[in-house]
Structure formats: C-alpha cells, structure tokens
Write a protein that binds this ligand. Structure first.
Ligand code: CP
Length: 313
C-alpha cells in the first residue's frame, strides 16, 4: 500500500512539478479521478490552510470529504501495545484506525510533535499508528516531524517564480514566543535537497536540524552572510532538536526585515506572527510569496491525493 507521509514518498518530483504547473492553469485537469471515494481528515491540532486546501483538492477530484477535529472531539487514544488501559485513553489505535477505514478510502492525519520526548515524536506514534492499523492509504497533513504537503507547495512556488536554473535558497530561523516543532523546516530541507537549488540554512547555534533531514549540510550561523545574493528566503521558527523542544534564543535581530531581504522573494508557510518573525513591510510588500504558497497548497494536495488514488485503487 502507498502512503504519503514524507517528501521522499514522491516517486518522480520533476513529473509532479510539471503536472502541478498544468493544474495551476487547469484545476480540473485530472477529472473526477476520486469519484466514489471518501476522504476522512482527522485533525489532532488546529489548521486553516491544510484543512481548506485539502478539502478543495478532494472536491476538485470528485471525492466526498469528512472532517473531524479529533483532538477536541474524538476519544483519547492509546498507542502502546499490551497496556492496561485504566488511565486517560479510552480507545486503542488498533480499533480506532480500522474503524475510521470502515467509512473512508483515504485517511488524512494532522498530529503535531508534543516536544517533550524526541524519541517518541520522531517515531511518529500517531501517523504511524494509522499507517500500521488502518488498512487504507494515509495522507500526512503535518505530523510530528514532517509536513510534506507544505514542502511540495513550497517547491511548486519556487519552480513558479525562479529566474535561474539553479536559484539560491536560504532557510532562515526566526524568533518566536512559543516552542514550535521542526516538521516544516525538516520537510523543506528534505525537499530542497531533491531540487536543483543551492540551499543555505542559517540559525543561531543550538538549532541544528536532525541530520537525517539535512544530510550533513553545515549551517551558516551568520545570517547576514547567509542572505547574500539569495533568490528565495524561507523564514521559519523551530525549537531545538538537540536540546529537544527548548527555546534557546529569542533574539529579535533574527527577525526578517526588508533591508535584510533585499531583492529576494520572501516565503513562509503561515500562520506567521507579524513583527516577531517578519516585519509588516515584508509581508505587505511585493517580494512576499506567502499567498502564492497558500494557493499552491491545493495543487500539492491534488497531486498527493491523485497519486494515492492511482497507486492504491
Ligand atoms: N501552513 C499550514 O500548514 O497552515 P495550517 O496550519 O493553517 O494548516
């Protein structure tokens, strides 16, 4: 069975980007590929873009879609085998996942990192629980360690706006008042490594991402140096991987400003905190691509859903 859990589940990225370009011109190009199929989206965490773009994509493919805020409305789930369930969780993943599959042909899961136990988060308990027990294809709508739909939309955006064959892309850490997971930067870096781009990652010391995603790429700790001659600057906060979940810096000098951005295009997955992560002028200016990224989320979801339908049914 094929699932869409990480960017490396894309069989041929160049083909997907080519098809994505065509879908931008003709959103109904794939026809009613999903007619007769039901998609069930389970949200263990909040969402705006992922929820609406995935519903839109499924509708364009002719699918029925059901959405449940599982985190607030579902039973609390147990994931460990052999547990005596006399605590909080009321239902085991071994029943819950195949029960959802009685009503759905494909299941979408959003379940963020809890940021307390690195091993548990990087084992992807919730996403992998559905992969192992549902018996139907699973779509990752941002898990503890990965956000492949966002990374695919980001790749489509860079492909759409690049002026050279090999653009210079910078991933720049930004301050934030809350500890955020590494899912977005992990998948962004993994995706950039699969594209013809020159990637630089810049952040304060202590924010190195997991080597399995960076492939050993050495970060540039000097943000000014990293940003020189950048074509695309992707700004994002994340908490520490090595000192897992910790906020090691809130240095406001890392916020993205118009003067730092220069002639580069600004990217962010959203939601974003104005004047903490990025200055108003950048978001409101003509160098910003955040709305184009959001638009490309629908195309990314169409590509992933079409792949799951074609390869599983
Ligand atoms: N970028 C993104 O995934 O947005 P949401 O959290 O609003 O879905």
């Amino acid at each position: 069975m094929n699932h869409f859990c990480k960017t490396t589940d894309i069989p041929d990225l160049a083909d997907w980007l080519k098809l994505g370009r065509r879908l931008r011109e003709e959103p109904e190009l794939l026809g009613l590929l999903g007619r007769g199929k039901t998609l069930c989206l389970l949200f263990f965490n909040n969402s705006l873009r992922t929820r609406l773009s995935t519903q839109k994509a499924s509708q364009l493919l002719g699918m029925e879609v059901m959405v449940m805020n599982f985190g607030s409305e579902g039973w609390s789930l147990e994931y460990r085998d052999g547990t005596i369930m006399d605590g909080g969780p009321a239902e085991h993943i071994r029943e819950a996942a195949p029960v959802v599959a009685q009503y759905a042909d494909i299941i979408g899961i959003r379940a963020f990192a809890k940021l307390t136990d690195r091993e548990a988060d990087y084992a992807e308990e919730v996403l992998q629980g559905f992969v192992q027990h549902a018996g139907v294809p699973v779509l990752n709508m941002e898990s503890a360690t990965a956000h492949p739909l966002q990374a695919l939309a980001d790749a489509l955006t860079i492909e759409q706006f690049r002026k050279s064959k090999r653009p210079r892309v910078v991933l720049s850490w930004a301050p934030h008042p809350r500890a955020l997971p590494q899912a977005v930067p992990n998948s962004f870096v993994e995706m950039m490594r699969a594209l013809p781009v020159d990637l630089t990652i810049t952040h304060p010391e202590g924010y190195e991402l997991a080597p399995e995603f960076t492939g050993g790429l050495v970060p540039e700790y000097d943000q000014e140096k990293a940003l020189r001659e950048a074509d695309f600057v992707y700004v994002k906060n994340w908490s520490s991987y090595s000192d897992y979940g910790a906020i090691l810096s809130q240095d406001p000098d890392w916020m993205m400003t118009g003067s730092k951005l220069g002639n580069a295009r600004f990217m962010h997955c959203l939601p974003v905190r104005r004047n903490v992560v990025v200055a108003d002028g950048v978001l409101d200016g003509d160098r910003s691509l955040v709305l184009q990224q959001a638009a490309n989320r629908t195309i990314a979801a169409q590509l992933a859903l079409a792949h799951l339908i074609q390869s599983n049914f």
